[in-house]
Design a protein around this ligand. Sequence first.
Ligand code: DX5
Ligand code: ZN
Length: 221
Amino acid sequence: KKDFWIAPSILSADFAKLGQEVDNVLAAGADIVHFDVMDNHYVPNLTIGPMVCKALRDHGVTAPIDVHLMVSPVDRIIPDFADAGASFITFHPEATNHIDRTLQLIKSKGCKSGLVFNPATPLSLAQHVLDKVDIILLMSVNPGFGGQSFIPETLKKLKEARKMIDESGYDIRLEVDGGVGVANIKDIAEAGADFFVAGSAILKNPRTQDAYKATIDAMRA
Ligand code: DX5
Ligand code: ZN
């Protein structure tokens, strides 16, 4: 039996109650906390930084924190996130001048590393750095906002990414982010993903642990 990871995106959390929201999704069965970092430069939105990551650790969160960097430049914020308790750090290759160097920087700080591919970004950018990549993340929406619709072409791209990973022989997770929910997760899993981000599908009203658990259970099923 495959082990699938479900990672609620706290972009859709009630930020006024963030600690409680994270506690609730984890108690509801989430594997990982997906942490969206936006800088109003690489993407047209502004969210949260290392201080909030550190605050979650200080609050007692021990689950892996998956830091998705939608920022440019990338490198100077990486040490801060590593020190703040990030487990995985993923970035968009367009946002750095030196993809290999940025991957090495993440590893040198003791975190797992990943590359994020926008809908129009070709997978070939990963080809020569697969030995330094723990996660390949395919965006199934254009980054910047929660609540957008899954772009169907992503299913084809996921199959290509799955093939590339399998042929490489490396232990690489295939993550998908954007418009994932109960209705499409089966198709997405069949296309080869094993790590699922979901924001608005999980973190919505009613904001209770039971409701979050019902959605996460349905996604896992
Ligand atoms: C979008 C973010 C996503 C977002 C997903 O730029 O990277 O993580 O929160 O939200 P949903 O699941 O609502 O599409
Ligand atoms: Zn994300």
